[in-house]
Write a protein that binds this ligand. Structure first.
Ligand code: SF4
Length: 390
């Protein structure tokens, strides 16, 4: 089915649309939407550190790295991290050969550390299974660690010009508005993917699937913004059903969000006289897996602050630590739940020895260790790190 037909189908299925408007609009034939978008992209494409210069094929390693970094992180934040990471690991082999702890340390600050662990595992898998070259098919890419359907489609089309369209939140928004899709997300996802596929199908862009995908991403990020879309300079303004109706911001429709319950817990910051801090390594599996943390309690919705000191570490060579509860809490938001930690601090002498499973970490080592943002906040709250470390 062509894009023109799919617009008609969307109109027919769209109960909020008046009969008078149930005709595919307007000055520009729908079949030329992709061509219009590419012409716009050629003039207005964003200059991003991982993008190939105009007319050149993108490097799969850079595309992959940027797509993993961009999951749940903004372009503005990723930019400097990407450059630093690339300077440290300029190619897939250098990353595959690096120790995991070094990779986690280089990732620190980007959050969602399972991504870094998968990144490392994926680099090794590409070396072992594919001789160090990324496979080009979506299916083979999706079989690698940490590469889901979206990332597989992004690498396949941007790096190898495969005929596929990665559909992220930005692209969903553009298509939901263009077609005035009545179904709510996430139920509308298959329909939006189908609309994206049809757009790529309809026109003669065979040599530019990668550019088409990036053009859609740019359109969503810079023009069809969540609030106050810049429709007057949008290359699709003549065909956009939501613009015609004037209700752009009510698309995509979303079902009510269910956020996780607040979890609470305690963190214990033990400072040695030379400034070193007692830390341990989290379990490899799970949230912040393998990262460095100060000792603490479990995080739970029914955390009992009165019993918090039961989780305090026992430091060998010290007969009972004088714990002080700091005022306030450290807040952090994970994907599935918000967290609040209360922080206890204590000081110890140079002769103290770390309990089993823990070690002392000098402040100068913190920047090189795999310390997640949550723990940086805890250490700043305790005065071990300056607040500007956040
Ligand atoms: S016309 Fe406006 S709402 Fe429609 S796709 Fe363009 S920016 Fe988005």
């Amino acid at each position: 089915m062509g894009a023109k037909a799919s617009i008609a189908k969307t109109l027919a299925a769209n109960p909020g649309f008046s009969g008078k408007r149930r005709e595919a609009p307007r000055a520009r034939p729908a079949d030329l939407l992709a061509v219009d978008l590419l012409a716009w992209y050629d003039r207005h494409r964003r200059n991003l550190p991982w993008r190939a210069p105009r007319g050149e094929r993108a490097d799969p390693y850079r595309v992959w790295l940027s797509e993993i970094m961009l999951q749940q992180t903004t372009v503005a934040t990723v930019g400097p991290y990407f450059k630093r990471f690339l300077a440290r690991y300029p190619n897939l082999r250098s990353l595959a050969e690096a120790p995991l702890d070094d990779v986690l340390a280089a990732w620190a600050g980007l959050g969602y550390y399972s991504r870094a662990r998968n990144l490392h595992a994926c680099a090794r898998a590409v070396v072992e299974r594919h001789g160090g070259n990324f496979p080009r098919s979506e299916a083979e890419l999706a079989s690698l660690p940490g590469i889901g359907p979206y990332t597989a489609a992004a690498i396949a089309c941007i790096a190898f010009n495969e005929k596929t369209v990665p559909v992220d939140g930005n692209v969903e928004r553009v298509l939901a508005r263009l077609h005035r899709v009545a179904h709510e997300l996430p139920r509308a996802k298959p329909e939006l993917r189908e609309l994206a596929r049809e757009l790529a199908e309809d026109v003669g862009i065979a040599s530019r699937f990668g550019d088409f995908a990036q053009a859609l991403m740019d359109l969503g990020a810079t023009i069809c913004r969540p609030r106050q879309p810049r429709c007057m300079i949008c290359p699709w303004q003549a065909a956009c059903l939501a613009k015609a109706q004037g209700d752009q911001e009510s698309f995509p429709k979303k079902s009510a969000k269910r956020e996780g319950n607040l979890r609470r817990g305690a963190a214990f910051v033990v400072s040695r006289r030379d400034g070193a801090v007692l830390v341990r390594k989290r379990q490899e599996k799970g949230l912040l897996g393998g990262m460095v943390e100060v000792p603490g309690s479990e995080w739970s919705a029914d955390f009992n602050e009165a019993a918090a000191l039961a989780f305090a570490p026992r430091v060998r060579g010290e007969s009972g630590l004088a714990w002080r509860r700091l005022q306030g809490e450290v807040g952090h938001v994970f994907t599935h739940f918000p967290l609040e930690l209360i922080v206890f601090v204590a000081s110890i002498g140079l002769g103290a020895r770390a309990p089993r499973g823990c070690r002392f970490l000098a402040p100068a080592e913190i920047a090189r260790a795999a310390v997640p943002t949550l723990m940086i906040k805890v250490l700043a709250h305790a005065g071990v790190l300056p607040r500007r470390a956040l």
